[in-house]
Design a protein around this ligand. Structure first.
Ligand SMILES: Cc1cc2nc3c(=O)[nH]c(=O)nc-3n(C[C@H](O)[C@H](O)[C@H](O)COP(=O)(O)O)c2cc1C
Length: 321
């Protein structure tokens, strides 16, 4: 059993966070993650309005008795939503752990978090942002390196360097993500000083992940070379699976076309089509370099058990010849 400050603080069995994934981290998937002993994180942005979110939270509370977090999305949106109303619903419904992620620190929500004893986790992609979140009262900071599936920030620093640099700069627990797909990655994150590992891409190829089988198969066949960074020129660099649409986005970026056209092609609604219908050229899908380390499609529980078995075996056998 690998107990850390984060497993103790959150009351989770394993030092693993299942990364928020838009159009994937619904109550059923989040509950599978939490029930496996990791921390599931619901993506609140999918619900957009208070009442649908309230329903989703009720569903989630019915599906798991284990701790889970709810993500507040602070990334710029084509159609912005009233986040504060969503945060109020989370508090009313008894959510205990809130994760924020995005291009800004959530200064205006912090008094609400503190007043209601929320454990506040902030996810970012740089030491500077991690320090800011810690100075504002974050309980835990997640940092994601350049290998990460989805938003990678501006600095191109890999997980191997970003994690210890953040640990050194902060007095609160750090969780490391970006490229972690197996027990080796979890042990590496802990060895770098993180108190848990954040895993996203690896979860895409699990049986319960609500994406089309065709996409799961495509990701299973992908190698470590099959991701690319799009929308960097727009200040919104994202690591995605390098399909035809990703290539098209890169082409449009270099031709300095109207950025709204690019945002339209890269929209979450197009990824949702890919997930639901298996049309692999409908849009882009966030995907980290760790996709190249995936070799099977287990259940979430089998995956988390397998990762933790591998991690504990490594720790027990380290330096034994
Ligand atoms: C398909 C997909 C969708 C994601 N959507 C979000 C999101 O909506 N919000 C967010 O903060 N992070 C999102 N992420 C990032 C993950 O929460 C997590 O930080 C990341 O996947 C960890 O790195 P890894 O993919 O290398 O394991 C997404 C990642 C993937 C792969």
């Amino acid at each position: 059993m690998l107990k850390t400050k984060v497993t103790e603080l959150l009351g989770i069995k394993y030092p693993i966070f299942c990364g928020t994934m838009m159009n994937i981290s619904y109550p059923s998937f989040t509950a599978k993650c939490s029930n496996s002993g990791a921390l599931g994180i619901l993506a609140s942005v999918m619900y957009r309005k208070p009442e649908p979110l309230r329903q989703a939270l009720n569903e989630l509370f019915n599906l798991t008795n284990n701790p889970f977090a709810v993500n507040v999305n602070l990334f710029p949106m084509l159609k912005p939503i009233k986040q504060i109303d969503l945060v109020k619903v989370m508090i009313e419904e008894g959510v205990k752990i809130i994760e924020t992620s995005g291009h800004q620190a959530p200064e205006k929500y912090i008094p609400l978090f503190k007043k209601n004893d929320i454990i506040w986790i902030h996810k970012c992609a740089g030491v500077r942002y991690a320090k800011k979140a810690a100075s504002l009262g974050a309980d835990i900071v997640e940092v994601v390196g350049w290998e990460n599936g989805g938003s990678v920030g501006l600095f191109d620093i890999g997980t191997l360097v970003l994690t210890p640099a953040t640990v050194d700069a902060l007095n609160i627990p750090v969780v490391a993500g970006g490229g972690i797909s197996d027990g080796r990655g979890v042990v590496a994150a802990l060895a770098l000083g993180a108190e848990a590992a954040l895993i996203g891409t690896r979860l895409l190829t699990t049986q319960e992940c609500p994406i089309h089988d065709k996409l799961k198969q495509a990701l299973l066949n992908a190698t470590i070379y099959d991701t690319t960074l799009v929308m960097r020129s727009l200040g919104a660099a994202h690591r995605v699976w390098n399909n035809q649409v990703a290539k098209k986005v890169l082409e449009l970026e270099s031709s300095k076309i109207d950025q709204m056209e690019i945002f339209d092609i890269a929209a979450g609604s197009k990824s949702k089509l890919m997930y639901e219908q298996g049309d692999l050229t409908a849009g882009i899908v966030s995907c980290g370099q760790g996709v190249g380390l995936i070799h099977n499609i287990p259940t979430v529980k089998e995956l988390i058990d397998q990762i933790m078995k591998e991690a504990t075996d490594i720790v027990q056998n380290l330096f034994k010849s």
